[in-house]
Design a binder for this molecule. Structure first.
Ligand SMILES: [Zn+2]
Ligand SMILES: [Zn+2]
Length: 134
């Protein structure tokens, strides 16, 4: 596997809190396969903003390390935040700079809290504890 950013082949598996990322030791970037980022930061989806990267993001010059001929698109990680991350439209893998992982970890704490509340309310409705009159 070649690094999408610097084309280095010094990519090695890197275990971070039980999730295995591919880490480039030259540019310090991280490749996350589909679902790995969500697993790591405990969100429901890799990219909570739900924006389509192809419609909402810029095409980058970074090639997907997994899909021949595919380029990554920039996508906004979360509505209202400036953080842009690079994602493959084909395999949904994500490329991050190392410092972006820490930023995402911080943002995800709030997302998770909101999602948890939504899931709790949904469950309470299903169990009949809450009745919404229309
Ligand atoms: Zn690299
Ligand atoms: Zn891909």
């Amino acid at each position: 596997m070649n690094c999408p950013r610097c084309q280095s082949q010094k990519i090695s598996e890197f275990d971070h809190d039980g999730v295995e990322f591919d880490f480039c030791s030259d540019c310090k970037g991280i490749w996350c396969d589909h679902g790995e980022l969500a697993e790591y930061v405990e969100t429901l989806k890799d990219i909570p903003s739900d924006l389509d990267p192809v419609k909402n993001g810029e095409l980058t010059v970074l090639r997907c390390p997994k899909c021949p001929g595919e380029y990554l698109y920039e996508v906004n990680y979360m509505k209202g935040e400036d953080l842009l991350i690079d994602r493959c439209p084909s395999c949904s893998g994500i490329w991050l700079d190392f410092k972006e992982l820490a930023v995402i970890q911080k943002l995800a704490v709030n997302i998770d809290a909101k999602d948890k509340l939504k899931r709790t309310i949904k469950q309470m409705k299903e169990d009949g504890f809450i009745v919404i009159e229309s």
